[in-house]
Design a binder for this molecule. Structure first.
Ligand code: GLC
Length: 425
């Protein structure tokens, strides 16, 4: 699978050279409705996009798409996209695969163009994902993949111990403390490096305890609550007591997945792609992995809604081709490939009921339940700053530099400051 990724990286160099010609204005006809495109995306972790795009390129020789693969980390990808879009010229990217929580910011800034609803089969999609693609009542992107956190566990070990997978934090903590060491494993990890993934893990802990971070409109800070103290306390306690290894403070998606896949962890919070990878032939834990909904203090917890939407650069070349490419990528056929080859959760609802797919991907029912009940990240026109504050403050609590209650108070203070600051736009 690696080769596709490498091919994607080398295409990047080509894309940069090609777009330089467009930016210099040497190619007048490049601004017509149809023609070649670039598709920018965060790292294709399962290396499946090359073959999906080959399917398009074979049948659309005049509208060939070049994959521009940006870094794996959501934050770095956002930074590269924003730098390009801010120039207000056609730039390097025609179609952008954007994280669900960037839609409002990109639309509000005028970087992506509104799309005609009638052109895309929105009624066939899972409902919560369509919301993430709209801004100010208009459609600004089309849902492409969705995502929800799951708890992966070592089913071989829990079976030997005769215990079911945890439903509550108390179950998780007990098993992580008592069983994991018996097998020489660490207890639990999520994505605890200071980046967007930490914001996701913190929001899940706070939401699962019944709390919130910002009010619905994003202009009210609601985090100073017992629930938030409970959520942050759960994460900080794990590190302090050792059932979350300290190394997890350096984990993003890939590092945590690797620790679990190498057989070093009993429990892991991750996105479903990690289940597919840990279960694939050649993985040391193949056949030994189970997945359930995330636990919470009193039963199943709440996942944050992840995933990405496809958007069209407001100044991009060939908007008609861009819309057609998006229709292709959200077609039933490609959405099936998204799951079977990319191990990513599709946005089309019917695929979650397909008996053949459920047999192959047994986590689909748990995943559907997690997506349907998933909560969006705090909504704010200054989302990036909100996320940076959450990461910095909770990171200190997890590293043991501050008590959870003091951290939650600081979080409230710093978020207040972010909300009252005039926008950087
Ligand atoms: C996944 C999710 C995305 C989230 C990111 C955080 O890619 O789909 O929504 O922002 O992880 O690391």
């Amino acid at each position: 699978m690696r080769w596709v990724r490498t091919a994607g990286r080398s295409l990047l160099a080509f894309a940069v050279v090609a777009s330089a010609c467009v930016v210099s204005g040497s190619d007048e006809h490049e601004v017509s409705g149809t023609g070649p495109l670039t598709l920018a995306t965060a790292g294709d972790l399962t290396g499946y996009l090359g073959s999906v795009l080959e399917g398009w390129n074979r049948t659309h020789p005049a509208e060939r798409v070049t994959l521009v693969e940006l870094p794996d980390s959501a934050d770095e990808t956002r930074a590269q996209m924003v730098t390009d879009l801010r120039r207000g010229e056609s730039g390097r990217f025609d179609v952008l695969n954007i994280d669900v929580n960037w839609t409002s910011e990109f639309a509000g800034a005028g970087w992506i163009r509104p799309l005609p609803r009638g052109r895309f089969p929105l009624e066939a999609f899972l409902e919560p994902v369509v919301d993430t693609a709209t801004y100010d009542g208009r459609l600004f992107a089309v849902p492409y993949v969705t995502n929800a956190g799951l708890l992966l566990y070592r089913k071989d070990i829990l079976a030997k111990e005769g215990v079911p997978p945890p439903r509550t934090w108390a179950d998780l903590e007990r098993l992580a403390k008592t069983i994991a060491p018996k097998y020489g494993l660490d207890g639990y990890a999520g994505q605890f490096f200071a980046y967007e993934g930490l914001t996701v893990n913190v929001a899940e802990a706070v939401y699962s305890a019944g709390g919130t971070i910002l009010g619905d409109e994003g202009d009210r800070v609601t985090v100073n609550s017992a629930a938030a103290r409970e959520g942050v306390g759960f994460l900080a306690r794990g590190i302090r007591e050792g059932w979350i290894p300290r190394a997890a403070l350096t984990y993003k998606e890939e590092e945590s997945k690797q620790a679990f896949q190498d057989g070093r962890l009993l429990f892991m919070r991750n996105w479903p792609y990690a289940y597919a990878s840990a279960s694939a032939a050649g993985s040391p834990v193949a056949g030994k992995v189970g997945a359930v909904r995330l636990p919470g203090p009193h039963g199943p917890g709440v996942s944050v809604l992840g995933g990405s939407n496809l958007a069209v650069n407001a100044h991009g070349r060939h908007p008609d081709s861009a819309a057609r490419l998006i229709a292709y990528l959200t077609s039933e056929q490609v959405q099936r490939q998204v799951l079977t080859q990319g191990a990513l959760p599709p946005v089309r609802a019917a695929l979650y009921d397909d008996p053949g797919l459920v047999a192959r991907f047994p986590y689909l029912p748990a995943l559907r339940a997690s997506v349907i009940t998933a909560a969006p990240r705090p909504k704010s026109p200054r989302y990036e700053q909100v996320s940076l504050v959450v990461q910095a403050v909770v990171r200190d609590a997890m590293a043991g530099y501050a008590a959870p209650s003091a951290s939650v108070r600081r979080l409230a203070r710093e978020l207040d400051r972010v909300s009252s600051r005039p926008s950087a736009q």
